[in-house]
Ligand binder design. Sequence first.
Ligand code: F6R
Length: 365
Amino acid sequence: DLGHFRHYMQKEIFEQPTAIANTLQRVLELGCKPALFGPEADTLFANAPAVRIVACGSSYHAGLVARYWIEEWTGLPVSVDIASEYRYRKGREQDGTLIVAISQSGETADLLAAMRSARERGDVKVLALCNVPHSTLTRESDLLFLTQAGQEIGVASTKAFTTQLVALYVLAAALAQSRQTLSASALDEIVGALHRLPVLVEEMLALDGELDKWAHELSHYNHALFLGRHTLFPIALEGALKLKEIAYIHAEGYAAGELKHGPLALVDENMPIIVCAAADELLEKLVSNLREVEARSGKVFLLAEPGCEAAHDGAHRVLTMPVASGPLAPVVLTLPLQMLAYHTACRKGTDVDKPRNLAKSVTVE
Ligand code: F6R
């Protein structure tokens, strides 16, 4: 039932505060405890020599964000692989490696093949992060965390993606707890931030009208670049994926520091550049990346947390977030990118919930 929404995708974007709150329910009662992932998790987390994340599409982007959190909070080596590539690679896995398989549906063929292939490469343990309780992935995994996004009908992942991010954030904190790599106060702060998350996400929905105006402009272009750094780099990839899959606009996501290694050659007054900015230690670097774009007349659409004023000069449009969200910035900044893609698609009149050539669950290779 769509209620007053025009599309399932729009409804699912607006369901995110609830989907996230539901995913966090046990976490907020218990804290980021390893036991949330299964009775064996504490020992496995404490002894894992490495983490390997495998996934496809948006789920892969969630994995890319998680790498920053896990590395920063635990010091563990983390690799993130596209499942369709990993399954045909030949490397071994160190015994005890934690394989994190991320999938909304739990039925993606390449992901299941990657998980089975990992088991043949070493004595690994598979942690499934999934939105569908009785899926193939959940049945074959050793450890499990279920996201509580509810059924997602729109083909483009929205609430499934943000709840995956939340689950991965909890995983990173739980790993830190088992491995004792953070002080109690640092861990408290990380867990405490989750309490505010549903409200932060809710506040983002108020930006919908403004993003519709951006979409009106964006819908006249055939190409777009998305930029970010650190945890916002995978969010740039995700923003570009959303725009291409539902609005059929060719879009590329880049780590802003990569610009001068090639894509800058594409920048002129016909290239809109959507930028996600956080007030972190890389802001200054991002600002100099933006100067390079602006010097070539690229049109910068800036989505910025408070404290990023240095990036405002020269931008074509600026939208400032209500509050800074610290390590949760990638979750919060996903919403405006979803809304931007959604409104651009609506303005172009595409079939938002069922984009051409795509299926919700890719059960063939
Ligand atoms: C993009 C999208 C896809 C899925 C991908 C993996 O909006 O929805 O890229 O993320 O097909 O699907 P799951 O997570 O079900 O394995």
